[in-house]
Design a protein around this ligand. Structure first.
Ligand SMILES: [Zn+2]
Length: 208
């Protein structure tokens, strides 16, 4: 227990999920061995099981494991040393899974319990690209493979790959690959016929 923290006040913040306290302290729960952010939506622990820490590292040192729901080790301003790279790789993985086809970057940031700005900054500094660029690269890659491996209409491919419009798909495709989806399909077919193309598409839901 950190002497600067008032246990009663902290517990009040936990009860009310008070966002103003997020990142200011963490609560270790002795009955579960897990520590959380005050805003965690998991079941509220009993006061007698709570110990309060001013940083996530202190909770870790006391033997608590980070909660998988609120990810206290990723809380802004109080992260462990390796958190930026971990956050960046976790975000990148979610984006590669198609997260940004369904939600905004702001919503994704919320999922990780960080601000929109923090998420963009960490991803940019760790990976050198913006979250949306990861999504676009993934969409293009997926589309490119569908173009060469399937006979699906190009419009379907655009939407299946996560593009919101055919025009947007064509424009980005042209910009990155310097040829149109139609051209690639033609040249790709040649490869398939010649048996040169290895199909290693990792289909993800809902593309089973
Ligand atoms: Zn939690």
């Amino acid at each position: 227990m950190d002497m600067k923290l008032d246990a009663t006040l902290c517990y009040q913040a936990v009860l009310s999920h008070d966002t103003r306290f997020d990142g200011m302290f963490f609560v270790g729960v002795s009955s579960t061995g897990i520590y959380c952010r005050p805003v965690c939506t998991a079941k509220t622990p009993l006061f007698k099981n709570c110990t309060f820490y001013s940083c996530s590292a202190a909770a870790e040192c006391a033997g608590y494991r980070p909660c998988l729901r609120c990810r206290p080790e990723l809380a802004p301003g109080n992260s462990l040393i390796d958190s930026p790279s971990r956050l960046a790789s976790d975000v990148s993985r979610r984006v590669e899974e198609g997260a940004l086809n369904e939600m905004s970057v702001a919503r994704l940031a919320e999922e990780f319990g960080v601000s929109d700005r923090h998420l963009r900054r960490v991803v940019k500094s760790e990976l050198g690209v913006a979250p949306i660029e990861i999504a676009q690269a993934q969409r293009l890659l997926f589309a490119k493979r569908l173009l060469t491996d399937t006979n699906l209409p190009i419009t379907d491919i655009a939407f299946m790959s996560g593009f919101s419009s055919l025009r947007r798909f064509n424009a980005l495709f042209q910009e990155r690959y310097r040829l149109s989806p139609t051209c690639l399909r033609k040249s790709g077919k040649g490869d398939i016929e010649a048996g040169k193309l290895v199909c290693d598409l990792a289909y993800r839901p809902p593309f089973n």
